[in-house]
Design a protein around this ligand. Structure first.
Ligand code: SF4
Ligand code: SF4
Length: 145
């Protein structure tokens, strides 16, 4: 009986994986440059909060030399792990909000905004005023039809 229940659960799980709606990114980039100038970096101890820690991180990952400090997060609760985190700006970002090395930009830039289901389910969204937004590929009403 237990095996039968397990198999039924497994089949339902697989069906959910195949047929349930998936998150998708919709919209269009407005070239505001916000995502390239408010970047957070972290190491094994959490968000980078001091220039010294950023320099240490740069030594381990040379590609981070392409970023400069552009501010600090101070408008959140002091218990928020992001409080005090440094914001970074990419040196390839041009005045007009476009990427200066668009065709050679890193993978993480190509993936932006990347889909992280747990993040979205917890209310996570794209940056304020970003032209992209998260949606599902199939609405609840479509399943009913
Ligand atoms: S924040 Fe959104 S709209 Fe602005 S540059 Fe980045 S991807 Fe484009
Ligand atoms: S490489 Fe281009 S897309 Fe990536 S962060 Fe820099 S300016 Fe933005």
């Amino acid at each position: 009986m237990q095996i039968k229940n397990f198999i039924e659960d497994l089949i339902q799980h697989i069906k959910n994986k195949i047929f349930s709606s998936k998150y998708v990114v919709k919209g269009k980039c407005k070239k505001c440059g916000q995502c390239c100038s408010t970047i957070l970096f972290s190491d094994e101890n959490g968000y980078i909060k001091t220039p010294e820690n950023f320099l240490k991180l740069c030594k381990r990952n040379k590609s981070l030399n392409n970023f400069t400090i552009n501010g600090k997060i101070s408008d959140v609760d002091t218990n928020n792990p992001q409080y005090g985190a440094l914001l970074f700006k990419c040196k390839s970002l041009k005045e007009n909000g476009k990427c200066g090395k668009y065709f050679l930009r890193p993978i993480f830039c190509r993936d932006y905004p990347s889909i992280n289901p747990s993040f979205i389910q917890m209310g996570g969204t794209t940056l304020d005023n970003c032209g992209y937004y998260f949606d599902v590929n199939k609405k609840f009403e479509e399943y009913l039809n």
